[in-house]
Design a protein around this ligand. Structure first.
Ligand code: HEC
Ligand code: HEC
Ligand code: HEC
Length: 185
């Protein structure tokens, strides 16, 4: 009986030693990978990097600096990645989108046609959906906005697929203040 118990505990301990160590080892490796991936992505996600690494981004960067999302009384800086990538909370989607966008931008920088702000602007406008903006602006209907805004926001919430109700249809300059001399020829 005693021997039986010893045998079972010995067996259980053996399994734990073999698989437990592999299991905890796996967790440690996963944590190390996660931390280093975050550390590697942090510098290339900064506004300064996104806005200045390639000359194509210069006007986007400067017009962002002038926008309400970069310069406001509260000192909040809504970054490039907040509007141009899926939310950071969706870690893997955010990371894959970041890697894809980075690779595409690099490719276009070296091998693509001449950068045309108007063409790219239209493409970006098509891509930024209401969810991106609503991620931060969840309180639109409870705000003391004027009647026009209230009606518009109610429609945007109820019928988000209607192109007229796209946040960027009315707030095209949310991320970039375009009506400046930066954009006149
Ligand atoms: C609040 C959301 C928001 C933020 C923050 C934001 N953008 Fe944009 N971005 C937009 C929208 C909307 C458009 C399309 C309309 C337009 O061009 O203004 C756009 C267009 C662009 C374009 C294409 C047109 C062009 O100017 O070349 C680039 C590139 C760009 N953004 C880069 C950036 C960079 C770099 C940053 C950070 C320094 C940034 N954006 C921050 C919303 C945002
Ligand atoms: C990461 C959070 C975040 C995201 C994403 C975001 N915003 Fe904002 N937005 C803010 C904050 C914070 C302010 C308020 C700044 C202040 O204190 O005035 C603001 C202000 C605004 C304002 C009022 C100021 C103005 O420009 O007149 C509008 C309109 C607006 N956002 C629209 C948008 C639209 C459209 C999008 C999507 C393209 C968007 N926001 C995406 C956080 C965000
Ligand atoms: C049909 C046009 C229209 C659409 C679509 C629209 N808005 Fe607005 N929005 C307005 C008007 C008009 C105002 C009030 C004047 C201003 O600040 O530009 C406003 C104001 C705002 C403000 C400033 C605070 C306030 O309530 O006055 C924020 C933030 C904002 N909108 C975000 C959004 C977001 C996010 C979306 C998409 C879910 C959106 N808007 C869709 C027309 C629109």
């Amino acid at each position: 009986m005693i021997n039986g118990v010893k045998c079972i505990t010995g067996w259980a301990f053996g399994i734990f030693r073999r698989w437990g160590i592999a299991f905890f080892g796996g967790i440690v490796v996963a944590i190390v990978c996660f931390v280093s991936l975050n550390a590697a992505m942090e510098p290339v996600s900064r506004n300064e990097y996104c806005g200045t690494a390639c000359h194509e981004m210069n006007t986007a960067y400067q017009s962002w600096e002038l926008s309400h999302h970069a310069a406001n009384a509260d000192g909040i800086r809504v970054g490039c990645v907040d509007c141009h990538l899926p939310p950071k909370e969706e870690y893997f989607t955010h990371l894959t989108a970041k890697a894809w966008a980075g690779a595409k931008d690099m490719y276009m920088h070296h091998f693509g046609p001449e950068y045309d702000v108007e063409t790219i602007r239209k493409k970006v406008l098509e891509h930024i959906d209401n969810e991106t903006c609503a991620h931060c602006h969840q309180d639109l209907l409870t705000k003391s906005s004027d009647a026009k805004a209230r009606i518009a926001h109610l429609a945007a919430q109820n019928e988000p697929d209607n192109p007229e109700n796209k946040c960027t249809a009315c707030h095209e300059d949310a991320g970039h203040k375009r009506n400046t001399t930066l954009y006149s020829p």
